[in-house]
Every structure is written in structure tokens, then in C-alpha cells.
Design a protein around this ligand. Sequence first.
Ligand code: HEM
Length: 393
Amino acid sequence: QEDDINEKFSSRTDKYCSLSHDNDDSHSIFDYSFAPLPMFATTSVERRNLQQQTEARGSLRYDYYYDTCPQAEQIIRSSVRDLFRKQPQIAPALLRLVFHDCFVEGCDASVLLDSVEGMHSEKESPPNESLKGFDVIDIVKSELEEACPGLVSCADAVVLAARESVILAGGPFYPLKTGRRDSLTSFAEVATFELPSPQDDVSKFIETFSSKGFDEREAVSLLGAHSTGKIHCNFFVNRLYNFSGTNSSDPSMDSEFLSLLRSKCNTGQASLLAPASKSLSPSQLISTSPSPSSIIHELSSSLVEEPAMKMDYEGPGESFGTLYYRSLLQRRGILYVDQQLTAGEETKTWVQAYASDVSLFHKDFGLTMMKLSNMGVLTSPMGQVRKDCRKVS
Ligand code: HEM
């Protein structure tokens, strides 16, 4: 089996090397081993020319703001770090936010727009009800606006803030190109139908990610993001008390873990949170549960917490990824979709590989986050740079 994994890994390495040569970037990500990025042009005239050529080609490039706002990435880094010191839960919130932005019509900050007449916002679609981090992006963006008005897009702020969050959560650094622009609209309906459900089985999981261009290895590595943050009881309570209408728990769950989760989400809360989980579809289950969004939508007002389970329930100190995949092998996945990763032949191979090799996981996770962050981006002359991330300018 180890040979099998090695073989898959080496072909994957080749794939990424050749992929990066297909792009405008002639550097493999392994060339710089996550060190500071190489600069392609040395003088500011060369840089400006390169930027203009890049804009004409409509693609992203490293250090896009070098001339216009050289401090942009540093502002985002220090702003996220300062906020994290006060509220560590912003890191998982921002990591989840980038996934929910990029998976729906690309990384274009469409998830940040508020609803206005004639446009229903993605953030109000059922899968996004408990999404957080909007106010963090507002703070980051106001600092960017103060330094460089109208220049740095909300879409770049989202991907760069998420990368910082991964590092703060103990994950890897990965290089990111910039130059994304912001959408002019939000896609609430697409979000409702295209974001995956916590109740998906492994075939649905594979299908959803494959429809967005991710293979099984990439999809399994991305779910390693569930190493950090919290999951509210309403997303998994059906597994504890009434799995698939059986009035009993999910048989795929370890019994000690079941007791632990039941102690976090007791029957009273469970019936309150999922009154009709027998007959509801997964998306209905989420949408009809009392929305936690009023409480946790705004991080600053999250004084009352809904019942939830921490992903790093064994306590801090576990590095990003290790506990998550080991737990799945011990039948201790929190969401049904998490546990389902051990139900597919290839997905299980990757769970095993990541459980025993954290550096392999970090490398794969970094690569897949790069791919996620580049999905369906808008580049000049499309889209715009919003001044306020919640409103079209
Ligand atoms: C099949 C795919 C996925 C499903 C169904 C899913 C579902 C969920 C659900 C239901 C929660 C709990 C939210 C809450 O309790 O408020 C959650 C949390 C989270 N998800 Fe996912 N997720 C998926 C993939 C991903 C990916 C690809 C990422 C990032 C790359 C991600 C990052 C996170 C993070 C960091 C949290 C914790 C958020 C926090 O504590 O604020 N998820 N996810």
C-alpha cells in the first residue's frame, strides 16, 4: 500500500510541476520550497510593463501590488494576526470563508456582498447561514483603504487572510498570486445548490469536488481544514440520535466518541436544534434549524455560544491535520461527510497516507489551497475593486 501511495504521490508531483509550466509562471512550487517568492522583474519600469502585460492577458501574478500598494500583503498579515491574538476563532472562520467564496463562481468576494433590492446575497443562502469572518474582512479592508484607497480587491484580501489563518492554525505557508477583482453580483442560488452538504456520502462528495476540478486526493486534503474550528451540533445531531430515521445513532461512529458528542449536544438541545431531522433533506435540516447566524454572524458579538464540538477536541498541541485523519480512522469523524472519507477506496488511501505523514498532508494541502484560491478569478478589465466589501462600488 505504501508503494501505491508513493506511486500516486510521484505522479502528482509531476502533474503539478508540469501544470505550473503551463501557466505564465515558469517556477514549480517546489523550486522555492515555500520560501519568499522570486521576483521576475527588478526595476519598477520592468515591473509596470509586466503588470500591464499581465492585465492584458487577464491573469494573476505574484506581488501584483508591488508598485501600487507594496505594503498590501503586510497589512493583511498584521491585521489578521492582531485580530487573532484577541479572538483565535477568526482563523477557522476565515479559512471556511475562502472555501465558500471560491467554490461559488470563483474567488471573487461575491460571498461578502449584502443583499440589496433585486439581489439576494450568498451569505443568506442556507449553506452560508453560519459563515463568519465578514467583520474581520471589513477591518482588514478598512486598513487597506486607508493605506491605498481603491486599489486592493476584497477577493485578494479573502485569499490572503485565509492563508494567514492557515499558518496561525499550524498549517503550511503556500504562495499566492494576486490581482483578483471583485464581482458585481452575488450568487445565492448557486451557493444553495453547489456548496456541499455535511450529510453527503462519499460518492456525492467526490462528484461535487470533481465538478469543480478537484480529484479525490485534492478533495481529501482540502477537508483537512476540518482540523481547526468548531462544528455546531445541528450539523451532526442526527448522527447521534436519529440517523436516517432509525431513531438510533450512526453505526459508523465509535461508541465512546458517540457518548462524548452526546454530552456536548444533549437530547433537549438536539430536539430543539433538529426537530424533524427524520423527514428533512440535508439542506432543509440546515435551513430550518434555528439560525445561529444572529449570534455568530458578527464575531464581535459572539458572547453566547450555540452548542458545538471543537475539531481539535483532544486539546491544542496537535499539529494541523494529524488528529483529523487519525480520528477518521478511529471512526471519530464529527460530520457524516468527514467520516465518509473512509468509505471510498481511494479516499481512504489518502486518509491513511495523511494520518501517518503530516508533511505529505501539509504539502498537498498547500497545493490544493493554491488551486482553490485561483478558481474562476476575475481579472482586469473584468469586475471591480470594491471600496466596501459589502457593496458594489
Ligand atoms: C464536503 C465539503 C464540506 C462540508 C460539507 C463542510 C461543512 C462544514 C460545516 C457544516 C461546518 C460547521 C459550521 C458551523 O458549525 O458553524 C464546517 C466548518 C468548517 N469548515 Fe467545512 N465543509 C466542507 C469543506 C471545507 C473546506 C474545503 C474547507 C476549507 C478549505 C472547510 C473549512 C471549514 C472550517 C475551517 C470550519 C470551522 C469554521 C469555524 O470554526 O468558524 N470546510 N464545515
